[in-house]
Design a protein around this ligand. Structure first.
Ligand code: NAD
Length: 495
């Protein structure tokens, strides 16, 4: 295989620059402008990434269109075979992929390994598709049979965020490729490096050249993907601000579009919650990946007297060693945004129980430690807006109704969870919160494969989920076939 990443630890390591992957080859973008790819632990460039425009997108589309007929002619079982091979290659190279994710994104080794394992789980869904994608068939009246065939959409595209460099692309690829499409990926320009290895592994796994392409870049590249008339479907994962723009723009060309956006996740904690489980889980939810997860806890809704639990979360947070237990923040602007929210909340009367503003995980790089804000009022930006850092805003309410009302007042609706030992409380919360992914005593309620991932409200634009069966349906279109055999001579309204 091509270009292995050599790092075996956090030690700063340079890597090859990210070009475009078109028709199974690395090629330069038309534009010679390049962006530095920064290792957030060191705040130092480890590679460069090219910035593509409409011409580069057109080249990827042409390669995809050329490769598509032969790929679509292959039986689904043969297309699925690629993901068996990819799964094995990812396992065989898991250390390398783990360090690559860690170096470009800043998350810890353990978090990076968990991401790669979750990406492998997504690839497994691709292995399963040939066994589960059989479509319905029914004799709808005597001698007349209706059946469905899931056909590919054509040339499709995916745009992904910085926080899961390899997992989010794999939310899309198994369903889209096994479904018979050709794919153009636009990774986040902040983390384009894991996808270099992904492209090379897909090729080694047997994927024909041209069926998976990468165009690197930023806003201009995404706009070109949205505007290209020959791209038939586009999925996006990123912030709500951009998700809304992309949803509107891509739909202008009649594409099928699904855009997953940002989040403000509420964890409701009631007095009967198990102390140890709740404290450890809430802590893990808001500090995992340094809070840079769309499923991270952001608001803890303290229902009544739960001070003993808050004290225990505080104890946990104070023990965290930034840099060892918790990774870096992706860039300097994000550090400023996160600390800006903490400064504002403090100025507006919130109490800073644990302060991560001056935490350092190393002599260089971008860091914020776990931060616990108490007495945050619902109208403060820290309670309403996505901070996307290791900050938990505690909002105190008197009862469960008030807690649910607070959760429902959020524009977002990605995740929500309750910590309780009462089945009644759990059921009440699960029935009434306005969120697409809900947890009982689970702070990061990710619907694992085969369940579909996707939020509600401003956390998602478009229908269905990105993973699981909904993902397969998004990347395919059902052909409905009605047949009557020649012996059936009668004439009806269906004739
Ligand atoms: P982002 O929206 O800044 O970028 C996402 C992608 O959009 C990148 O590939 C980027 O190049 C591109 N982009 C940026 N600005 C653009 C513009 N103006 N027009 C067109 N394209 C543009 O998001 P990010 O900072 O990379 O990722 C963090 C965000 O993603 C958070 O809001 C997080 O909640 C969200 N996220 C959501 C999910 C989910 O499943 N709902 C999953 C992961 C991350």
């Amino acid at each position: 295989m091509g270009t292995p990443f050599q790092a075996k630890s956090y030690e700063f390591t340079q890597y090859t620059s990210a070009q475009n992957w078109i028709g199974g080859k690395w090629v330069d973008a038309q534009n010679t402008e390049k962006l530095e790819v920064i290792n957030p632990r060191f705040g130092k460039s480890m590679a460069q990434v090219c910035m593509s425009g409409a011409d580069d997108v057109a080249k990827a589309v042409a390669a995809a269109k050329e490769a598509l007929p032969a790929w679509q002619d292959m039986p689904i079982r043969e297309r699925g075979e690629v993901f068996y091979n990819l799964r094995q290659l990812m396992h065989d190279n898991i250390e390398e992929l783990t360090w690559l994710v860690s170096h470009e994104n800043g998350k810890t080794y353990d978090e990076s390994k968990a991401e790669v394992l979750k990406a492998i789980e997504c690839a497994e869904y691709g292995c399963a598709l040939p066994n589960i994608a059989a479509a319905p068939q029914l004799e709808v009246s005597r001698g007349v049979e209706c059946r469905i065939v899931y056909e590919p959409v054509g040339v499709v595209a995916g745009v992904t965020p910085f926080n899961f460099p390899i997992m989010v692309p794999l939310w899309m690829l198994p369903q889209a490729l096994v479904g018979g499409n050709a794919f153009i990926l636009k990774p986040s320009e902040q983390v384009p490096l894991s996808c270099i290895r992904l492209a090379e592994m897909l090729q080694e796994a047997g994927l024909p050249d041209g069926i998976f392409n990468i165009v690197n870049g930023g806003q201009e590249t995404v706009e070109a993907l949205c505007d290209d008339e020959d791209i038939d479907a586009l999925a996006f994962v990123g912030s709500t601000r951009v998700a809304k723009i992309v949803y509107g723009r891509a739909a202008q060309t009649g594409k099928r579009v699904l855009c997953l956006g940002g989040a403000k996740n509420h964890l409701l904690v009631v007095p009967d919650a198990d102390l140890e489980l709740t404290a450890a889980n809430v802590m893990a939810s808001f500090t995992g990946c340094a809070g840079q997860r769309c499923m991270a806890a952001s608001v803890m809704v303290a229902v009544g007297e739960v001070d003993h639990i808050i004290d225990e979360i505080k104890n946990h947070a104070q023990r965290v060693e930034t840099g060892k237990d918790m990774g870096a923040i992706v860039n300097e602007a994000s550090v400023e945004r996160i600390t800006g929210y903490i400064d504002a909340a403090e100025a507006q009367g919130a109490k800073v129980l644990v302060d991560g503003r001056n935490a350092k995980g190393g002599p260089e790089g971008y860091w914020v430690g776990p931060t616990l804000l108490d007495n945050v009022s619902p109208d403060m930006p820290a309670a309403k807006e996505e901070i996307f850092g290791p900050v938990l805003s505690i909002v105190r309410v008197k009862n469960l109704d008030e807690a649910i009302e607070l959760e429902n007042s959020s524009n977002y609706g990605n995740a929500s969870a309750v910590y309780t030992t009462s089945g009644d409380v759990a059921k009440e919360v699960m029935n009434r919160v306005s969120a697409g992914m809900c947890g009982v005593n689970i702070g990061v309620p990710v619907p694992r494969e085969p369940f579909g991932f996707g939020g509600w409200n401003d956390s998602k634009f478009g229908h269905g989920n990105i993973t699981g069966w909904d993902g397969y349906r998004f990347w395919t279109r059902p052909r409905k076939i009605s047949s009557k055999w020649a012996l059936q001579k009668d004439t009806t309204w269906m004739s």
